[in-house]
Design a protein around this ligand. Structure first.
Ligand code: SF4
Ligand code: SF4
Length: 492
């Protein structure tokens, strides 16, 4: 056993209201500068939809993630040798049109306009060329367009649905959508690291955060293609790649990242997971049908004495064990088993998990009126979002895994209804609890964690005390930011 520490996340999708506060707080702190205008380290997309950059899930187009041939795992993009031979040629990059052309407005048209009969308007100006543009897309251009032929109907996750199933979900009364906020998953087996010819991307040993060294990066952009989640971006001003840094200066002091802290829906949770690094190889090489189970098997029980001993032997601070035991992520993922990784079949072992959405519920048409089905909260088959679609997103196509999660989520609702409203019989409540394999105490715990948890319960982050090791933290402020010794410099 080789116990390691990973700072991990859970997003509860039923609670996301699509307000984009998370994206904006990240933008204002990290990517509000030249060369980074089009980057959204945190973005929120509408599902079904094509996302940002458009069609990012289509790995035939972008060659992201890993592929398993026989028992060998290779980056879908290319191996090391082929990477070196093709170093000046990478045709699998998203173009600026796949993201969007960032723009501002010529506000001077408003301020300097002479008196006239018509109201002046500010023209949109490209932030790249400085020329006037017609705005055609943006990072959340497809917000709420759940039934459209351009966005929803081209969602790659619909490919497993039959034509008939697709037609049904796009009928007016069956259309559904939910929001999918995305950041870098800080994967255990990140393809972005594997395909970088310069060795500029690395995963930090102390907390598992994946970073790009601005010193070593030479701008080959293999990482942009290699990341199947398209969460590495190229800064055309500095000639370097950049990505979500999980607000590590905040995390190091025990504070949640900006997008977590500002989240209006309180959908976000962060905590420590302990995992067994010796099991990574077998996990990434397992069959698609077993990949989620293998990933979850990597995660260790923080109450297990053997795990605690192994950590102590490594000289890791004892308080970390307490943080791991109180981790909300551990509770969601392992204890209650209600959170799953996004596209586990990309085999990067993402460390951001999602609680799939129960809502919206389905209605049926009767005499031109819509009525809720009687069992709208208790039968996954009656949900408006088809299980097959959710399985394509969160369980590599395994519908049973999604149904198992729903059994537990439904049990919480049935139990609370039985307790608070009192219109359900004891036998009915007991039936759902038995199916979910959870007792009343656990259901209360899930309810509290998902509904009313305080900030201290949602973010259980061990501070690393790194600032104590830096003599003068203000020395580099305003020039490069805390922690950098040199300004990133273009060398060619
Ligand atoms: S999600 Fe993050 S860590 Fe994972 S491959 Fe992409 S950039 Fe790398
Ligand atoms: S701030 Fe929270 S609720 Fe709002 S869009 Fe972001 S993740 Fe969703």
């Amino acid at each position: 056993m080789d116990v390691r520490i990973q700072i991990s996340m859970v997003f509860h999708l039923d609670k996301c209201i699509g307000c984009h506060t998370c994206s904006i707080s990240c933008k204002n702190v990290w990517t509000d500068r030249k060369g980074a205008e089009y980057m959204w380290w945190n973005n929120v997309e509408t599902k079904p939809g094509t996302g940002y950059p458009t069609l990012w899930e289509d790995q035939e187009k972008y060659k992201g993630g890993w592929e398993k041939k026989d028992s060998v795992l290779k980056p879908k993009l290319q191996g090391k040798l082929k990477g070196l031979l093709n170093i000046f040629y990478n045709p699998f990059l998203p173009t600026i049109d796949d993201y969007y052309e960032p723009w501002t407005y010529r506000y001077s048209d408003l301020f300097d306009s002479p008196p006239m009969d018509d109201q002046p308007s500010a023209r949109p100006i490209s932030l790249i060329t400085g020329k006037t543009i017609d705005v055609e897309s943006g990072p959340n251009w497809d917000d709420d367009l759940s039934g459209t032929p351009f966005y929803a109907k081209n969602d790659p996750n619909l490919k497993n649905l039959t034509e008939e199933e697709k037609n049904i979900i796009f009928e007016m009364e069956n259309i559904f959508h939910f929001y999918l906020p995305r950041i870098c998953n800080h994967c255990l087996n990140p393809t972005c690291v594997a395909v970088c010819p310069s060795g500029a991307i690395y995963k930090r040993g102390e907390d598992g955060i994946v970073l790009v060294s601005q010193d070593k990066c030479r701008g080959w952009r293999m990482c942009v293609s290699g990341c199947p989640y398209k969460k590495v971006y190229y800064n055309y001003e500095t000639g370097k790649s950049e990505k979500c840094i999980l607000c590590y200066p905040r995390v190091e002091t025990g504070q949640a990242p900006m997008c977590f802290h500002s989240c209006v829906g309180r959908i976000r949770y962060m905590g420590v997971l302990l995992y067994d690094a010796e099991k990574i190889e077998s996990a990434i090489k397992s069959e698609d049908k077993d990949i989620v189970k293998s990933q979850l098997d990597l995660i260790l029980d923080p109450f297990d004495n053997k795990v605690i001993e192994n950590l102590k032997k490594k000289g890791i601070k004892e308080e970390i064990i307490e943080y791991a035991q109180n981790s909300p992520v551990y509770k969601f993922v392992k204890k209650f088993k209600i959170a799953l990784p996004l596209h586990p079949e990309f085999r990067t072992l993402p460390m951001l998990f999602y609680v799939p959405p129960l809502l919206p519920v389905k209605a049926k048409k009767e005499n031109c009126k819509l009525r809720l089905l009687e069992s709208f909260f208790s039968e996954p088959e009656n949900f408006r979002a088809p299980i097959k679609y959710l399985a394509s997103l969160f369980s590599a196509g395994d519908e049973n895994l999604i149904k198992d999660v729903y059994k537990r989520l439904i049990a919480v609702r049935i139990f609370k209804r039985w307790k608070e409203v009192g219109d359900l019989k004891d036998e009915e409540k007991d039936k759902y609890l038995k199916e979910a394999g959870l007792d009343e105490k656990e259901l209360e715990e899930i309810f509290e964690l998902t509904s009313i948890a305080s900030i201290e319960k949602r973010f259980v982050i061990p501070p690393s005390g790194r600032e104590e090791m830096i003599d003068d933290v203000y020395k580099f402020k305003g020039e490069t930011g805390f922690g950098y010794k040199r300004k990133p410099e273009r060398r060619w």
